[in-house]
Structure formats: C-alpha cells, structure tokens
Design a protein around this ligand. Structure first.
Ligand SMILES: [Zn+2]
Length: 213
C-alpha cells in the first residue's frame, strides 16, 4: 500500500501518520526528515539542499524528489509506505507519479479535513515554556498552573507564529498549495477525505478503514 497523507497544520497529521504506518506495517517519511538525514550525512543531495537553505532559498523540487525517490526505492519500502505531507506542489505530484509509474503508482491519498476556524483555535492555543521549550495547549495539554511550566516552573509564552493572525496566514498558504493537489488526486480517483474534527481515535479508525478498502 502506497499512501500519501495530507492535512493542514493543526489537523493532527503527525500523530495519524505514525498510527497509519504502524497499522500498515510500513515506514513513513516527510521531506523534512529526509532533508535532515541527508544534510547530517552530508550526502551529495544534502550538500546541494544545504546550499539553497543557506541562502534562504527554497530547495528546488527536483532535489526534494530525488531524496524522496531514493527512500521510496529502497528495499525496505517494497511493501509500501506512507508519505507525510509530500508532495506539496503539483510539480512534485506529477514527478512522483512519473517516478512511481512502473511500480503501479500511489494507491490512496488521504486528506484530513478540519474547518479553518477550528484550526485557528487549535493552533493559536499553543504555549511554549521559555526555559525548557515544552509545548502546552489549552485544548488538550493545559499546564497545571496557568502560565507556568509543569516541568520547570518556567514562564509560558506564545510564539509569534502561533498568534491568530499569523496562524491564519499559515493556513492560507497551506490551502493555496494543497487545494490544487487535492483536485489533482480527486480527478484521478485517489483522494479520500476524512473528517478531522473528531477524536484522535476516531480519525485513526477512519483512516485505517480507508486503507483496508
Ligand atoms: Zn519548562
């Protein structure tokens, strides 16, 4: 089973991707994981990616795709895989399709849907400890004492990135990038949408059912 999991920031994609990979008994990867691995190991692709990131530029699609295809073509992934938030652009999606054509292509694209305003609430509820960086969330992991870290007593604060206005911008960027992708996979009959406005357990079960079908 070759699966892509898409979902906006705050939809709980990280948790679900782990669960889904375990359920399918395959590995999962995100392009961020591959960037880290390649740059740490100083591979040719890693050095190339670093040269772009060092200039504050985006890593070009062909570099990212090469990293993903190296991983996908490894013997460990013969039984399948879950791609976490990749592809991100239509260009990456078509390149991935071409690269996987011989293997039979992607089987399913699962899209966790959460209404934008709920995501704003979820994401802007995040607080971080100034001293030890432990994250808290007013939704499901509140500190015992308001504004104080349970672990070290440090002061909790909200990152600029997590303020509602910034969150709205992040979500807008995500939607603009992802909607064309969703349309692309929908038109190919591969897209399955999942209501992400439920418990982690319920969303997990819904995803598991979709890959069993
Ligand atoms: Zn702390």
């Amino acid at each position: 089973m070759r699966v892509i999991l898409l979902g906006p920031p705050g939809a709980g994609k990280g948790t679900q991707v782990e669960r889904l990979a375990k359920h399918l008994k395959v590995s999962r990867v995100s392009s961020g994981d591959l960037f880290r691995e390649h740059t740490q190991k100083n591979t040719e692709l890693g050095v190339l990616a670093k040269s772009y990131m060092g200039r504050g530029a985006l890593v070009p699609d062909d570099v990212t795709i090469k990293m993903v295809m190296n991983w996908v073509n490894a013997p460990e992934q013969a039984k399948g895989f879950v791609l976490d938030g990749f592809p991100r652009t239509l260009g990456q999606a078509t390149a991935l399709d071409q690269a996987l054509a011989e293997k039979g292509g992607i089987d399913k694209v699962l899209y966790i849907m959460v209404p934008r305003e709920d995501l704003v609430v979820r994401l802007s509820g995040r607080m971080i400890c100034r001293s030890c960086q432990t994250p808290y969330n007013i939704r499901d992991s509140q500190p015992k004492k308001e504004g104080k870290c349970d672990k070290c007593g440090g002061q909790l604060y909200q990152r600029e990135d997590d303020k509602p206005e910034a969150v709205r911008k992040r979500l807008e960027v995500y939607t603009n990038e992802t909607e064309p992708l969703a349309d692309y996979y929908r038109s190919r009959g591969l897209l399955e949408e999942v209501d992400g406005n439920r418990s982690i357990e319920d969303v997990g079960q819904a995803l598991a059912r979709l890959v069993a079908a």
